[in-house]
Design a protein around this ligand. Sequence first.
Ligand code: FAD
Length: 251
Amino acid sequence: MKILVAAKRVPDPNATIKVRPDGAGIVTDNVKYVVNPFCEIAIEEALRIKEKQGGAEVVLASVGGKVAQEQLRTGLAMGADRAVLVLSEDPVEPTVVARVLKKLIENEQPQLVLMGKQAIDDDSNVVGQMVAEMLGWAQATNASQVKLADDKKSAVVTREVDGGLEDVEIQLPAVVTTDLRLNEPRYASLPGIMKARKKELKEIALAEVGVDVTPTIKVHKLEPPPKRQAGKKVGSVQELVQMLHAEAKVI
Ligand SMILES: Cc1cc2nc3c(=O)[nH]c(=O)nc-3n(C[C@H](O)[C@H](O)[C@H](O)COP(=O)(O)OP(=O)(O)OC[C@H]3O[C@@H](n4cnc5c(N)ncnc54)[C@H](O)[C@@H]3O)c2cc1C
């Protein structure tokens, strides 16, 4: 079985992100970059499937600058078998990423595609859904559990929905996007990091993939959220109730 996992390079979610004074983007100097946390969960899931059934191949795919090699090497150090990086020094919008992934998937012919439900930088929540639609494949989004059938022709995916859980059965090949509770990604071991250096990381220029890269979205402005007001300490429950009633007017 072959599993293709999409992995995006994003700013560290624990870092404080500053918007550029002109509002045209974020300050990127001295920002640490990581594998998108949801993509890391997708890599972990692929590795667990591989370990459980043996014989599977896990292929990573990313679209981004040469620097994204670093995140792909992290995935390879976790245990993925090889990686493909489609090089684009300019940022590409989700539609283009989806078109590129479709091409890679057609070349690689995996039975399962795993990717994050969202990339924590641009929060578009569309790539997985678009890839599934472009391929005409089944999709299950926001997976918190993935159970492959013994014959590997289908899978039951548990999705977290408002007020509970939903189980859906999908026919493979399919696209599954991952939610936070699916698993806890492993750290790359030292032997894993050493091995990763020798694993294949193929680079392809975006122009060679043969997809339309014309942008259709323009970001006009980014604004940081308003600064939080300082909190107040209350002396008693009675005072809290009184403030909620008189000041906040919520009770
Ligand atoms: C912690 C957290 C909590 C949230 N809670 C809520 C909430 O309670 N309610 C609410 O309404 N919203 C919430 N949101 C926001 C909401 O989930 C997002 O708006 C939406 O899911 C974002 O999707 P996206 O655009 O980032 O995904 P996309 O950009 O579509 O990315 C999805 C996946 O596509 C692949 N991909 C994308 N680009 C590339 C690339 N260049 N190379 C390779 N692969 C790529 C990756 O696998 C990626 O993970 C939350 C967000 C976060 C971070």
